[in-house]
Design a protein around this ligand. Structure first.
Ligand SMILES: NC(=O)c1ccc[n+]([C@@H]2O[C@H](COP(=O)([O-])OP(=O)(O)OC[C@H]3O[C@@H](n4cnc5c(N)ncnc54)[C@H](O)[C@@H]3O)[C@@H](O)[C@H]2O)c1
Length: 336
């Protein structure tokens, strides 16, 4: 299959590009590099032993997306392109709706024009909001708590309407939990600038000495040890999940929302301890105030992914920590 990965130069897209290419698919990346480095293309070439086609375009440029779909005779699209910082979405909601919702509509319009109807969407567990029960299953009510989450839910709704309007559409909304880790090569991974919002890059930066200590936001939650609990999933398992979703869609039309998580709830302290075990060193840490808007606990019910996609996460917490650390060690210099 020829698959267009919008946002394919980003964290999850680049790992998915590896998995799909190694499985024999032809991958074309489309990205405007607003949150990724062009050097990722060289790194993908080193991993894969061949270069991938890449188009430097904003997904909101519908004509250019149509042209790419036609020129490269694309069969299916995985739409990763989007902005993902929850805090920024609260401060600048228009930027998020314009990029994430308008961007998705643009890609779908291009697909409709060209007659391509297989679409995998990067959704998020944030669509669920405050848990009414746990683990979240796909029927859990959806009530996002921030503009970022609403952009994901709105796109899901648009996709649902589209599939009702034309039964030939094959759509999967993959609701990711907390992706962490990196490819075993240590060449691609997640390395945000500054102070990271997410725990694993924060831990890595403390371990490497780039940040002096780890701030743990809240130790008085009603959780197993007082710290927040999340469902961390290895990014390579997540990448495998996209291939499973494409396989599933080859025989199934309609709209399908599916959780991609491990089903395991891990506390901040458990993750830190696992990381310390990998680096054989204790990290300086301090408990600080809870962050407004953080949920105490959430994790996925994963039965639907298992039953419909035949997919489940395989990699351990240690694998997630080890690969994150290997990536960090290989990327200590600021010039990347
Ligand atoms: N990483 C997570 O924790 C997480 C969790 C749930 C959902 N998601 C979703 O998964 C997708 C991928 O996430 P990621 O972690 O790889 O993020 P990322 O920022 O690393 O990758 C996103 C890519 O999209 C590109 N992009 C953004 N807007 C674009 C536009 N208008 N046109 C073209 N390219 C554009 C960026 O340059 C980047 O390369 C996003 O849609 C994100 O919302 C991520």
């Amino acid at each position: 299959m020829r698959i267009l990965l919008t946002g394919g130069a980003g964290y999850i897209g680049s790992h998915t590009a590896v998995v799909l290419t190694q499985a024999g698919h032809e991958v074309v990346i489309l990205d405007n590099f607003c949150n990724s480095q062009r050097s990722v293309l060289e790194r993908l070439k080193s991993i894969l032993g061949k270069g991938l086609l890449c188009i430097d375009v904003d997904v909101r440029n519908t004509a250019s997306v149509s042209k790419a779909l036609r020129d490269y005779q694309i069969d299916a699209v995985i739409h990763f392109a989007g902005l993902k910082a929850v805090g920024e979405s609260v401060q600048n909601p228009l930027k998020y709706y314009a990029n994430n919702v308008q961007g998705s509509i643009s890609v779908l319009q291009a697909m409709q024009e060209v007659g391509i109807k297989t679409f995998v969407f990067s959704s998020s567990a944030t669509v669920y909001g405050d848990p009414k029960y746990l683990p979240y299953d796909e029927d859990h009510p959806t009530q996002p708590m921030n503009p970022y989450g609403w952009t994901k839910l709105q796109v899901e709704e648009i996709l649902h309407d589209l599939s009702k309007s034309d039964p030939q559409w094959k759509i999967s909304c993959l609701r990711y939990f907390n992706p962490v880790g990196a490819h075993d090569s240590g060449l691609i991974g997640e390395d945000p600038n500054g102070i990271p919002n997410n725990l694993m890059p924060f831990i890595s930066k403390v371990a490497s000495g780039e940040l002096p200590q780890l701030n743990i936001f809240g130790n008085d939650y009603l959780s197993k040890d007082g710290t927040g609990e999340r469902d961390y999933i290895h990014v390579m398992d997540l990448a495998d999940g996209h291939m499973a979703a494409l396989d599933f869609l080859s025989n199934n039309s309609g709209w399908h929302a599916i959780n991609l998580g491990t089903g395991v709830s891990t506390s901040v302290l458990e993750l830190v301890e696992a990381f310390e075990g990998v680096i054989h060193k204790k990290l300086p840490k301090e408990f600080v105030e809870r962050r407004p808007g953080d949920l105490p606990i959430y994790y996925a019910k994963v039965d639907k992914a298992k039953n419909t996609l035949g997919w489940e996460a395989k990699r351990s917490l240690q694998d997630m920590c080890r690969s994150s650390w290997d990536f960090k060690k290989k990327n200590l210099s600021p010039a990347q």
